[in-house]
Design a protein around this ligand. Structure first.
Ligand code: NOJ
Length: 703
């Protein structure tokens, strides 16, 4: 390969004529493919168009190296699954695996070989719109979902299935700490200690790398002043050297060029040099490495070894994907729409992702034999509940409306509808036996560059709830949203509140499944719901202050609290109700103490407990395990999730759930930039229960 051909391989251009930075590259893309100066193209799909562009690269360029086509397939291609934050609420990684499997099959049949997913940015910021794409605030939960998604897209960690026609390459993003954006403002500064980087932000990436993720995408933010795209510590030292990552790192959209705006690079040549030398392998849309690579090489500012390494990593994936043997996609065998099986999978996933926040007086489940039901609110008949990044299917296949699905589920009922008009809604509610009030956020209010400073219900919606409540008739509030919301005091008196997030293409059906009890709600919050925006950041896995608030002494002055707000969140991490009730026993440990060197040799402590369905109907409970190291060289979070299991139980039945705690669960990363993980001697409190506020605890001592 010539130097120019090598530089071409590490260049990715976009296909769409979009108007964003670097948009409108279609002609440039074709010309680069013909000249053999292009490695990859994003935003192209459709077997016909991708095949014709591929033909140019394979048949007309000197070396005939196939292009790698990438697309953001985030929660579905044709078949929109619930948003990732919703999927995390299922506390069932199989939901994410299923999404990835369905997505891979659909996308691959449309010529896509690589998705920019999973997104695994842990965040404490509900204002940040991209929380919708994340798994919320916990690194352990995020890691479990990241692994399931990587496996669903790619198959086994050894890459042996990558060339199959139902697999695509995955991309772990955004590396790293993007979720730490100050003020929740997208792309904003992140200043983070080494220990927090390693204990909070890096674990899902490490898990994805261990699961064989083919690529990693750099993040738009700085990390302690050094932009992620020019960060040799995170990309070279941690990802490639420490973890031995063999795949390639792609920039985010114009992320290399943005090193200049960050005030880190002087110009394009400097940006290209910094990015490549820090471990970045492929440049998306901007062209700094390709434009200046030859000059940088001859000046000795980059080396041929580094360039060859980047090219080798990219070509290796092309081989693994089978692109050299089979560069094209079958045009006739295309999966051109959501299949019945894919829709059923999405529907079940959405129902599994819903979280029952309140159910006083058992308004839910609704009776399919109800005589009359009003369905009101701005999203009552919406067919656009796919979620923020639902893929090309969202514009072709409407989501099932909640109103329609309620009609279907209760064929004998008189089902009336009103939008957000207060008078009509009140009239409908007053005349009905029960009212379903569907409120929340339009999907456009979450996702990239969709940040809100006020995360309450949008204008008019609380008034609607109050007006319906004033009729004195029973009602259920269904929340459709892409982030945790600050819910007003109406929550404390609403008979029932169901969080359904943005549920995907089968939205209405899945909501009706849960409302009428065909599916028992069993999801749990993967993120804290604050009482007020002023509390943010508010998250369960925080450290203790030296002056923690004591709920038994609310009058204490010099403690960590707000003068004008009750302590704690509206709803905590891990919280969610069911239509039945459960009792969970205290954790039993297989031993009360364990030696540190035994842990280092791989020995574990078994923690087991019994969970019983004490109610009248079948249901799901998510049993959760948390640890707290009570005195450590680095103050530890008051709780850290280290195990969870979703169980389904018939009424009156019990089951035993066991977890194993090893060194990985009991130790932590220090502030050593070279990476030191330690397990310290001393007491560790082991908590189990049904939310992060559980008090059931057994002590374990590391000796
Ligand atoms: C910018 C986003 O940050 C990233 O997540 C996405 O994959 C790229 N654009 C490509 O669309």
């Amino acid at each position: 390969m010539t130097v120019q051909e090598k530089l071409g391989q590490i260049q990715q251009l976009t296909w769409t004529g979009d108007t964003g930075p670097g948009g409108g590259q279609t002609e440039q893309t074709e010309a680069a493919a013909r000249a053999g100066l292009l490695g990859s193209v994003l935003n192209i799909h459709g077997a016909r168009s991708s095949n014709s562009l591929q033909r140019i690269a394979v048949e007309e360029s000197r070396l005939g190296i196939p292009l790698l086509f990438g697309l953001d397939v985030i929660h579905g291609f044709w078949t929109a699954f619930p948003i990732p934050l919703a999927q995390a609420s299922s506390f069932d990684p199989e939901v994410a695996r299923l999404d990835a499997e369905v997505s891979a099959k659909e996308a691959r049949s449309e010529g896509v070989r690589w998705t920019f997913s999973p997104m695994m940015d842990v965040t404490h910021e509900p204002r940040w719109g991209r929380i919708a794409e994340s798994c919320g605030e916990d690194p352990y939960l995020s890691a479990a979902f990241a692994v399931a998604k990587v496996q669903g897209y790619q198959g086994p960690a050894d890459g042996s299935e990558l060339s199959r026609t139902d697999r695509i390459a995955a991309c772990a993003k955004h590396f790293v700490a993007y979720g730490g954006a100050e003020g929740g403002r997208d792309y904003n500064t992140v200043d983070v200690s080494e220990q927090r980087l390693r204990n909070l932000y890096l674990p899902p990436f490490k898990a994805a790398v261990d699961a064989g993720v083919a690529t990693v995408m750099a993040a738009f933010n700085t990390i302690g002043g050094v932009p992620a795209h020019g960060n040799a510590h995170t990309m070279n030292s941690v990802l490639k050297e420490e973890w031995g990552f063999k795949g390639f790192v792609v920039s985010d959209y114009t992320g290399v060029e943005e090193l200049i705006a960050h005030g880190f690079a002087e110009d394009g040549a400097d940006a290209g040099r910094l990015a490549l030398n820090s471990g970045l392998d492929m440049e998306m849309v901007s062209t700094n490495v390709a434009d200046h690579g030859e000059a940088l090489l001859s000046d000795g500012q980059i080396t041929m070894e580094r360039l060859d390494d980047a090219v080798t990593r990219i070509l290796q994936l092309k081989f693994d994907l089978g692109l050299f043997d089979n560069p094209y996609s079958g045009e006739s065998a295309a999966v051109a729409e959501p299949t019945a099986a894919a829709r059923a999978a999405s529907r079940a996933s959405a129902a599994r992702s819903m979280v029952l926040l309140r159910n006083e007086g058992s308004v839910l489940p609704l009776s399919p034999a109800a005589g009359s039901i009003a369905v009101v609110g701005p999203f009552a008949d919406s067919t656009r509940l796919h979620g923020t990044w639902a893929g090309p299917g969202a514009s072709r296949f409407p989501s099932v409306g909640i109103l329609d699905a309620v009609r279907e589920a209760a064929p004998g009922a008189k089902v009336t509808h009103a939008g957000q008009d207060l008078t009509l809604a009140v009239a409908a509610a007053a005349a009905a036996e029960v009212t379903v009030v569907v409120v929340g956020e339009d999907p456009g209010l979450s996702g990239e560059a969709a940040v809100r400073s006020d995360i309450g219900l949008p204008a008019g919606q609380e008034e609607l709830i109050a007006a319906v409540a004033a009729t004195g008739k029973p009602f259920v509030v269904v929340l459709v949203n892409g982030r945790p919301l600050v819910l007003g005091d109406w929550v404390d008196s609403a008979p029932a509140v169901l969080e359904v997030w943005h549920p995907g293409i089968e939205a209405g059906h899945a909501v009706a499944d849960v409302l009428f009890g065909a599916v028992a709600p069993g999801g749990k919050l993967p993120v804290t719901f604050p009482r007020a925006v002023g509390q943010i950041p508010l998250y369960y896995n925080h450290e203790s202050t030296g002056r923690p608030y004591n709920p038994a002494k609310p009058e204490e002055k010099f403690v960590s609290k707000y003068l004008d707000l009750a302590d704690g969140p509206r709803f905590p991490f891990g919280y969610g109700l069911s239509y039945t009730t459960f009792a969970v026993s205290r954790p039993q440990l297989s031993r009360e103490s364990i030696a540190r060197d035994a842990l280092e040799r791989g020995e574990t402590v078994e923690v087991s407990l019994t969970v019983t369905n004490t109610g009248e109907q079948a249901g799901d409970e998510v049993v959760q395990l948390y640890v707290h190291d009570v005195a450590a060289g680095i103050a530890q979070p008051v709780r850290r999730l280290r195990g969870f299991e979703r169980v389904t139980l018939e009424p009156g039945r019990s089951t035993t759930v066991s977890f194993r705690l090893g060194a990985q669960d009991l130790g932590f990363w220090t502030n050593d930039p070279a990476g030191t993980f330690i397990v310290e001697r001393g007491r560790i409190d082991v908590y189990t229960g049904t939310s992060s506020t559980t008090r059931d605890c057994s002590p374990l001592t590391v000796v």
